[in-house]
Design a protein around this ligand. Structure first.
Ligand code: AFP
Length: 298
């Protein structure tokens, strides 16, 4: 069994990056334990006006504190914080973007939710997704799994009974597959998006949509297909956040041979203007992303 540490030692990642990945991955243990006592809402809203679950704020506070103390990180941008946290005293040059608890509306029904993280160097989070040094997510399902890329393909690890990550699947490649899921109410979809989804349904694609992006994407990564959160009438930028959700997941998808776009262009090439910027999002198998561009750009 290859452990996460052994895997990282065999990559070209430098010591600081390895330490940071291990530190973040280890936070799955306290986060999993905190679900039991944080089942309700926090009574606050985030920058996007969404009601925060107690776990959103717990995981945000917890991971932020760990990163602040690590000495490895110069900036942290979180979906649950209004401003970028600057840590000028840090020796390290890494910058972390995160959605501490993605899929939080599913916490109270015990469906799979996760933590999404992207890591940059040069001390700033305001970079396009393609500049990421590493991206990962922890998915808290029947097993806790860590899906990781340090720019050398995608590996999936599982947390064992000794709280050690062991390699579950090496060099994951996303197949073309036949699953699809789309957020946004059908009544406010654009004509072109509706046409694309009709095409999927006519081609026999099966609907898979839970309301947890990280869990829905994990299914697409393994089985192939597409996850969409489109621009809708009245919300031309869609719902998902470029820096916290789209970029880390898009980086992982691309490393697995898949692709991501906003309907026209590769999301990973976009220069972020502000931390909470949103983007329409299509992520999945390469062939389907080409089809999206064909349908939405005509
Ligand atoms: P948070 O739990 O981080 O707020 O994210 C929820 C989410 O952004 C994403 O995980 C889901 O795919 C999407 O919202 C679901 O949105 P709808 O409820 O509009 O389908």
């Amino acid at each position: 069994m290859i452990t996460l540490e052994e895997y990282l030692d065999g990559t070209g990642a430098e010591q600081g990056l390895k330490e940071l990945v291990l530190l973040i991955a280890a936070q799955a243990i306290p986060i999993r334990e905190a679900f039991l006592t944080n089942q309700t809402y926090a009574g606050t809203t985030n920058q996007s006006g969404e009601e925060q679950a107690a776990m959103d704020t717990w995981a945000d506070r917890h991971i932020t504190r760990v990163l602040q103390r690590s000495g490895l990180v110069r900036e942290v941008a979180s979906e649950e914080q209004d401003e970028i946290l600057k840590i000028p005293e840090s020796q390290g040059e890494y910058a972390v973007v995160m959605d501490p608890l993605d899929g939080s509306s599913l916490i109270q029904v015990n469906l799979a939710v996760g933590t999404i993280v992207g890591i940059y160097d040069h001390g700033t989070v305001m970079q396009p997704g393609e500049k990421m040094r590493a991206a990962l997510y922890m998915l808290y399902g029947p097993m806790t799994v860590l899906t990781l890329t340090v720019g050398e393909g995608v590996q999936i690890f599982a947390l064992d009974s000794h709280d050690r990550y062991v390699l579950l699947e090496a060099d994951v490649k996303m197949p073309e597959g036949n699953l699809y899921g789309s957020g946004g109410l059908r009544t406010v979809w654009t004509e072109k998006h509706a046409k694309f989804i009709d095409g999927c349904e006519q081609d026999g694609y099966k609907l898979r949509y839970s309301g947890s992006f990280v869990a829905d994407f994990h299914q697409i990564l393994k089985y192939g297909g597409i996850y969409c959160y489109p621009a809708v009438v009245g919300k031309e930028k869609g719902k998902l956040r470029l820096m916290f959700e789209a970029n880390p997941i898009g980086f992982i998808a691309t490393q697995a041979g898949g692709a991501i776009c906003n309907g026209r262009e590769n999301v990973l090439t976009i220069n972020p203007e502000k931390p909470h910027q949103k983007t329409p999002l299509y992520v999945g198998s390469k062939g389907l992303i080409e089809k999206v561009k064909g349908t939405l750009c005509t």
